[in-house]
Design a protein around this ligand. Structure first.
Ligand code: GLN
Length: 581
């Protein structure tokens, strides 16, 4: 390095160092208040829903949710949904934890990638800074440097978003090694911003063991103690329980948690997650937050319509008017959370249509099919009492032929059908095989599993052909979809000519086959005008409801505004139910 370049290098290092070593106090905008949500005892208690419910109640303020995950993946995009639940896709293309689904649905916001923090991202930032010479001369340590990266990030987002409230959910349970740095960063941050600007809510579990039939506080006491050891004293304790917490147990938890008993909140098991904000509101959580954070005049949110819809759901759980059978046919069937947003989208519609539903999960490898039975016959019997069929997104060849057979049966038996992403691609393959005289039609995707594809009806998206690494190479995020005039989907979307939906795919309908397929009756009714005319929706006329979409409509469905595609699928399903029953 010559002298000039060397001094430039030193200058750049000093500049970067000055930025990084600026004390965190300087980064705090002095305005945003922080609500940290931690979890204790066990995972899966619904921290995401609890955080989102608190956010929903504060929706008159500018609330920015942030999720801190302990895993080392940079984002969950490369994880199998069976591992960690569905991958949620944001409008900006970010692949994030499924809790963002709750945040968006409850807070009525569109999330951003930056609001998701993973240890993968934290360490990437740290190592990048180290390589740039930012820390030249210092030993980089877990404390302070890892905690600093986390605090800096939270302060940066708070300022950038001009947040009134930063709602920070820390993944896992207190005591997990992988989340320790988030907890320590939260502690330090609370010290910097001061007690009026920070509140800790801790979600724990209150079991009622068989035999004693009494709510037990010991696991909560222990997990609060775990937090205390880390210098954090929760202001609110939410006790998840199958029954409302009794005054007695609230007193006990309050005593050992060092808080007033009114700050112990029942986290009652609910049939519908949309009841939780209402239940927290009844428990007085807003007053506690407003008082601690000295927020005046924010008022309660308007929840009338929300309440009305929740009431319909509740009635339908107890005494359903009609119970539709909806089949969800895929391969990630072991974990309920793999299709979390699809389940929610159905919940939203069921409130608006005032119906109940029974979700029949069909594994498209059909492990229970008798060996001597034809696959189509087997599927016909499985779908005989089904009112609507959904083939969701997916990847690879496993279970894929089964999906194609399901689609064939839904088309031929005129069962309302919605194909999402891979579901739409396979609906086009099915149509090409059985209606367009192309028995060898297939998706090029299965070639990587060693299957020869002679008629690649579905092919690599232009520009992605040579991408070999998986992480971050899909076409992701929100894109415009232009709707064909006079199509069913145009009607469904209230006559709109352009809609915006969220995508996550690597393949598309091969442009070389579009006209041949259309000649045989299939209608491509949604397309991207800008990018080489990617087909984004399809429909089949002369069918009660047969629609495919390359995007994921489930990601933008909310209780107040359900996805029009799910709405119309179930509306057609209701008609089938009426004919069937
Ligand atoms: N595997 C298909 C693709 O990559 C569909 C993806 C999906 O269903 N999300 O295009």
């Amino acid at each position: 390095m010559d002298e000039l370049n060397f001094s430039k290098f030193i200058f750049r290092c000093l500049k970067l160092r000055a930025r990084v070593f600026m004390s965190s106090d300087d980064c705090y905008n002095g305005k945003s208040k922080f609500i940290f949500i931690t979890g204790g005892v066990l995972s899966g208690l619904g921290k995401g829903v609890a955080a989102a419910s608190i956010g929903a109640l504060l929706s008159r303020l500018r609330v920015i949710p942030v999720k801190c995950d302990g895993y080392l993946n940079v984002d969950p995009g490369t994880m199998n949904p069976i591992e960690h639940g569905e991958v949620f896709v944001l409008d900006d293309g970010g692949e994030v934890d499924m809790d963002f689904g709750h945040y968006e649905r409850f807070l009525n916001i569109s999330g951003k990638s930056e609001w998701s923090l993973t240890m993968g991202k934290v360490f990437s930032t740290l190592i990048e800074r180290e390589r740039q010479g930012v820390y030249a001369g210092t030993t980089i340590q877990f404390i302070p440097h890892v905690a600093d990266v986390i605090k800096d990030h939270l302060f940066k987002v708070a300022s950038k978003e001009n947040a009134d409230i930063m709602l920070v959910e820390i993944g896992g349970t207190v005591g997990d090694l992988e989340n320790e740095f988030y907890i320590e960063a939260a502690r330090q941050l609370s010290h910097i911003v001061g007690p009026d600007n920070c509140i800790f809510a801790h979600l724990t579990y209150v079991p009622i063991p068989n035999g004693v039939r009494e709510q037990k506080s010991k696991p909560t006491q222990m997990s609060v103690r775990d937090l205390n050891e880390r210098g954090i004293y929760p202001d609110i304790i939410i006790g998840r329980c199958s029954e409302a917490l009794t005054p007695k147990i609230k007193e006990k938890i309050a005593l050992y948690g060092n808080i007033p008993s009114k700050n112990v909140i029942s986290g009652l098991d609910m049939k519908s997650v949309y009841e939780i904000p209402l239940s927290f509101q009844e428990e007085g959580i807003l007053d506690i937050i407003f008082k601690k954070l000295k927020i005046a005049g924010a008022g309660s949110p308007k929840m009338d319509e929300w309440k009305r819809l929740v009431e319909i759901c509740r009635k339908n759980y107890e005494d359903p008017r009609k119970t539709l059978n909806v089949a969800l046919c895929g391969k990630y069937t072991q974990l309920e959370d793999s299709y979390a947003s699809i389940r929610e989208a159905i919940n939203h519609v069921s409130a608006h249509l005032n119906i109940a539903y029974n979700l029949k999960i069909l594994d498209t490898e059909f492990p229970s099919k008798p060996e001597d039975m034809d696959i189509l016959e087997h599927i016909k019997s499985e779908l005989a009492d089904v009112d609507a069929v959904i083939v969701p997104g997916g990847f690879g060849s496993r279970g894929m032929e089964g999906k194609i057979s399901v689609i064939q049966v839904a088309r031929e038996m005129k069962i309302p059908f919605l194909g999402i992403c891979y579901g739409m691609q396979l609906a086009v393959v099915e149509y090409a095989r059985h209606k367009c005289g192309m028995p060898l039609a297939n998706t090029a995707e299965v070639e990587s599993d060693g299957i020869e594809v002679k008629e690649p009806i579905i092919a690599f998206l232009p520009g992605l052909e040579y991408v070999k690494v998986l992480g971050g190479t899909l076409r992701k995020g929100g894109y415009d979809v232009f709707l064909k005039k006079g199509s069913l989907v145009e009607k469904i979307y209230n006559g709109a000519s352009v809609i915006r939906e969220r995508f996550r795919h690597r393949y598309e309908v091969n442009p070389l086959y579009i006209s041949k397929i259309e000649e045989h009756g299939l209608v491509f009714s949604g397309y991207s005008a800008k990018e080489d005319n990617i087909m984004q929706m399809m429909e089949i006329p002369d069918h009660p409801f047969f629609v495919g979409c390359q995007f994921h409509p489930e990601l933008t469905s909310t209780l107040l505004k359900p996805s029009p595609l799910f709405y119309n699928l179930l509306k057609a399903g209701e008609k089938r139910y009426d004919e069937r029953c």
